[in-house]
Design a protein around this ligand. Sequence first.
Ligand code: PLP
Length: 380
Amino acid sequence: MSKLFSNYKRAAVEFVKADGNFLIDTKGKRYLDFSTGIGVTNLGFHPQVTAALHHQADDIWHTPNLYQNSLQEEVAEKLIGDKDFLAFFCNSGAEANEAAIKIARKATGKQEIITFINSFHGRTFGSMSATGQDKIKEGFGDTVPHFSYAVFNDIDSVKELVSNQTAAVMLELVQGESGVQPADKTFVEQLAVYCKEQKILLIVDEVQTGMGRTGKLFSFEHYGIEPDIFTLAKGLGNGVPVGAMLAKSKLGEAFSYGSHGSTFGGNKLAMSAASATLDVMTASGFLDTALEHGHYLQNQLSQALLGNSSVTQVRGLGYMIGIETNKNLSKVVQAARDKGLIVLTAGVNVIRLLPPLTLTKEQIDKGVAILKEVFEETED
Ligand code: PLP
C-alpha cells in the first residue's frame, strides 16, 4: 500500500530517464513528450540546462537571501531587460501569485481583486481564492475575501465588479487548466486601457503561458500590452522549481525590507537553471522558430483531426494547444501513451498539448500521426 496521499491520479508508468524531447520508462520504452511535465520542461531535457546544474552543484547550490546573489541579479536582468520592473523569486506558481496579490493590495491600500470565471491561479489560500472554479475550493472552508470573478473576454462584466476599493484585475491570457481558452485581443486591449484609466493594477498570470510557451517569452507580448505585475513559474527553471513575481518599479516600496520573503526563493541551483533556460530561449531566432513550429503543429492538428466527428475545435497560441472533443479524455490519453505519445487534459473536454519548444518538424509530424490514429481508434 502506498504511503502517499491519493490527491493525484497516477498512471501505471514511471519515467526514469529523458533524452531531449523523449521520456523513457522503467522498461526502456521511449515516449515523445507533448506535455513537458505540465508545461514545465519547455526546452525538453536540454543539455545547456543540465550543464548549468552540474556546474552550479559543484560550486554551491544554496545561500539564503541574507547575502548577495549575483545569479538572481542575472536572471532578473535577463527577464526584465530595459523594462522598468523589479523581480522577486520564489518556488512555484502559487507562491508567485501570492506575492502578486500581496504587492497589489499593499501598493494600492485596497483589497478587492477581480479575476475570471474558469481561471486557475494555484492551490494556496490566496491563489485558490483568486481561482474562478468552485471545484478547486470545495471543502476547505472560508476562502480569502475580496475576490470577485468576471466573465472571461467580457469587459462589461469587469466594469460591473469594479468599485473604489478595486486594487487589481488578474488574468491568464490563455486560460490553461480550464481548457486552453485564449483571451480576445480586443478584450485585453480594452482591459489594459480601462485599468490604466481607473488606476487599477493589471496582473497577468504567466505561470503557464510564460517562458516561450506561446511563442513569445511572455504571452502579453502577443497582445501589445504591458501589465503592472506578472508572475512566472513552470518553464522558468525548465523543471527546477522556481517562480517569480515581477512588478513595475514604482510598486517596489510595497515590498520593502521585511515585507515578504521565501527561504528557498532564488536559490543558486534554481537560478542557474533559469539563467541557462533564458540563454537558450532568448538566443537569436529561437522563439521565432518556436512560434512558427507551434503554428505548424496547430495547422497539422486541425487538418488531421477536424474531420473526426468527435473533435469540435483545435485552438491555442503557439505551443499551448487544446483539442476540444467529446471523447473520453482518459481513454485518449492512455491510447496515446500506449502508442508512445504523452499528452495532457484540461477542463472537461479538452486534450491539452504543451510540447517542448524544441520539437523538430519530424517530431511534430510523428505526434500528429499518433493523435490522428488515436482519435480514429478510440471509442467515444
Ligand atoms: N497559475 C497558472 C496559470 C497555472 O497554470 C498554475 C499551475 O498549473 C499555477 C498558477 C500554479 O502553479 P504551481 O502549481 O507551480 O503552484
